[in-house]
Every structure is written in structure tokens, then in C-alpha cells.
Design a protein around this ligand. Sequence first.
Ligand code: NAD
Length: 483
Amino acid sequence: MSDLMSDGLARNFLAGAWVEGDGGARIAVEDPGTEEHFADCALAGEATLAKALEAARVSFERGDLADMQPSARSRMMVRVASEIRAIADEGATILCRESGKTLDAARDEFEEAAQYFEYYGGVADKIEGKSIPLGPDYVDYTTYEPFGVSAQVVPWNFPVSIAARSLAPSMAAGNSTVIKSPELDPIGLSLLGSALERADVPSGVVSILNGIGSELGARLVRSTEVDQIVFTGSVQTGQAILHAAADSVTPSLMELGGKSAAILFDDADLDMFLASLKSGIFYNAGQVCSAMARVLVDRSIYEDAVERSAILSNGLSVDHGLINPDHTPVISDLQLSRIENVTSTARQEGARIAAGGARLDRKGHFMAPTILADVDPASHAAQQEIFGPVSCFTPFETEAEAIAIANGTEFGLVSGVFTKDLARAHRVARKLRAGQVFVNEWFAGGISTPFGGVGKSGFGREKGLEALYNYVRTKNVAISLKG
Ligand code: NAD
């Protein structure tokens, strides 16, 4: 266990100091794989939040990051990346225990976090403006300025990598950042504070606070000290934050939920599809915003696809995340009950349980890997985000019908096409209403490919060069040379 929590208490990273929070308030963090208490976490309250926001403002006004030589900012971010790698082993064990994910997946989060710092560190000195020709009497140029204080609210499914996904471009652009960690698994993320410390990031540039969403989170996004909101989480919370942002007209970036569909055409390579299904819906126990939550299959190969998918699901190894099995628990008992409820409702609505369908009879919040077949596209199970290891299969007759079903939810995060026909892949990709389309490999792409939603999956993009421009605003300077 980390030195930072050698007494079993995870603290808040407040402008470079590790603090307990307000009034001794704590939250118990559970190990979802054993249902046992793992650690306690000190909760930040109003006073700690005020200090974090003030430190962020002071640091920004002082120009700690914004006035740093861009090449020095770049080098500092690359140092953060290497410090993240230095804490990855310790961090991964903690993250595995508090989230239930596999140790390898937890380690991957730290690695991905390091890569975000390298990637955005590499562009910190390349945020170039434009010169606009207005004729001989004027000089006109644009610059990209940081917003100031960026408030970032992070979900529990990938707390470390998602926090880094937003923090790295925010820092590259010169903002100060206050992060609200997810209350279910806050500790791995708070360790990023120690990487920032070790990399000599000026104190005040970043604070990472632990708190309950409806309390600390709501307070953070309502603060008039915040110049930008970055939210990743559920649609419902995103809507509440947007209402708050409307009052203060605070620019917001929304990365919300999904109900993404893969379309499996009759010429698809089924082995390739099954490898994608395995990661697409069972990685992190399906608690992935861009999970392969629906599979639309050409009627001629439908039964075969369902049967082989069920065999794959039933054959997955199940264990505590520390053992690195194929399948791990979901985050909490509440989440498990929600998933089970959707599955039993689906059955009442006519779906066939091809695999799984209920919780596993063992210690820990384990949902059986589940394949629901013959799911009505209009049903609750096909329309609502389940956020668990459950994929809904539906047959289709024509390409047009497949596209209509894929586009037929209020979400639009990602989509997938499995076919050997390149022309069809391009044609269908063009028609799919989603921020990203995977062809023949679910989760293809990486930190450099833009990611984000349409519809209720949100707006704005994270990842890639494009995301950087969500963390700056444009200023135009128009100069008259007359007289
Ligand atoms: P959530 O909306 O319940 O919580 C997300 C964060 O918001 C948490 O830190 C929570 O404490 C905080 N929060 C809750 N209420 C708040 C309020 N009123 N004001 C401010 N903050 C508040 O979501 P979750 O259950 O943690 O995460 C799962 C959801 O996140 C799923 O819908 C998933 O699809 C989505 N998600 C989206 C992406 C993406 O990039 N699009 C990535 C991961 C997860």
C-alpha cells in the first residue's frame, strides 16, 4: 500500500499538499471482488474546495503554466509521464483492489495516463495561432489562450486514464485544474498527485479532491471561480451539470454514455468478431462507455453468431482482478442489481438468455457474462445503457435496416462494422450516427484518435490533437497601422 496511505487513509491532493479534508469526513472504499472494506478516503468539503479553487486561480494569474516557456511546459509534462510509470505498479494494485478490474487493466490505465502526458506534452509548444490578411493597413492575428480554471469531474470506470485524458491537454494549454475523483474508487487517481509532485509541477496548478458527486461535484461545477467544466459520466449527471453551467454560462465538455452497436454482415470473419466481442463487452466487466452493448447480425448467420458468442461467454474465466481473469466483478452491489434488473426485464419483454442472465453465486459483485438474443430494438434493454457485461443481439434483413437499428437510440458514441467488403464498410460508416466507427476491430484507435459522442452521448471531443482545442479559447488581435 502507498506511503501516502500507509495508515489506510487516502487523502486529498490540495495544491501540492496531502490533506484530510473537512471535519474528518470519510468514505469507505470497498473491494468489489471480496465485498470487504479496502481503505478509507478523506472527503473534501466546502472549505477544501474553496482553497483548491483559490490556489488554482492564484497559480493561473501568476502564470505558473501559461507563462512558462512552452518548451519547458512540454518537458515538465514528459517528466510527469515518467513519474506516472514509476508509480504504476503500486497504483495498479490499489486501482485493481478498489475498482474490481484486472491488475493488467489497472496497469494499462497508468500506462495510458503516461501516454496522454507524453502526447500532449509533445504539442504544448505547438499551439499556434494564425495571421489573417486584412491588407496593408492592418496586422491581425489570433492566439489560443487557456480558459483559466478547469473543473473536471471523473467517472469510476477508468478513473486514472480518463482523468489524465482531460488533465494532460488542460495542462498543455496552460490551465489550472481541479479534479473531483469518483467516490467509488478515488485512490488510484489521487496517486496521480504524487506523480505531479515528483515532476515538480508548481503547486496550485492541480488539485485532486475526493467527494460525493451530488455534494462536492455539484458545488464544484456551480462555482463562479470555474472557467470551464469537463465532465465524463452519465447522461443524467451531465444534464444536471449543464443546467448549472447555463446559469453562469460556463463552457462545458460532455463525454456521456452510450449504447453502441456492432453490425455483423454475412461476409464477416466470425473469429475476428468474437475477439472483438470478448474485449468489447467483457473488458472491465462491460463497464465501458463505448462497450459493444448491441450486436446486429445478418439473419443468415444469426443463430451461428449467437451460439458461438454464448460459448465464448460461458468459457470466460472468472476471478478476483488480482488473478487477471477474463471476467471481473462490477463496481458495486447497486450496479449489479441494476444490471440484473435490466436482464430480467429483457426476458419478460421476450429476449432469450443465450448465456448468463444473473449474478454469479460467489463472493464479490459478479454478474455472469451475458448474451441476450432476439432483443426487440425498441425494448428497454436495447435502448438503455446497462453498463455491465451484457450484450443484446438482434437479427436484421438488409443493410438499411441494420443502419436504422444501429442509429435508433438517443445515444451516438461509437459504432462498429464487421465485413470483408471495403466499399460496404465505408458506405455504412458514413451513415452511422456516432463519434467513432470501428471497422473489423472494436476499440481500434488510441489516444491520438478523437473520441466523443453525438446525441445524448455528449459533445466536444477528447483524445487526439482535436481535443487540445477544447482547452483553449481563441483571441483575435486586430491592429491598425494607419497614422
Ligand atoms: P455518474 O454520472 O454517476 O458520475 C460521474 C461523476 O460525476 C462522479 O465523479 C460523480 O461523483 C459525479 N457526480 C454525480 N452527480 C454529480 C452532480 N450533481 N454534479 C457534479 N458531479 C456529479 O457516472 P458514473 O456512474 O461514475 O460513470 C458511468 C457513466 O459514465 C456511464 O454512463 C458511462 O457511459 C459514462 N462514461 C462516459 C465516457 C465517455 O468518454 N463518453 C467514459 C466513461 C464513462
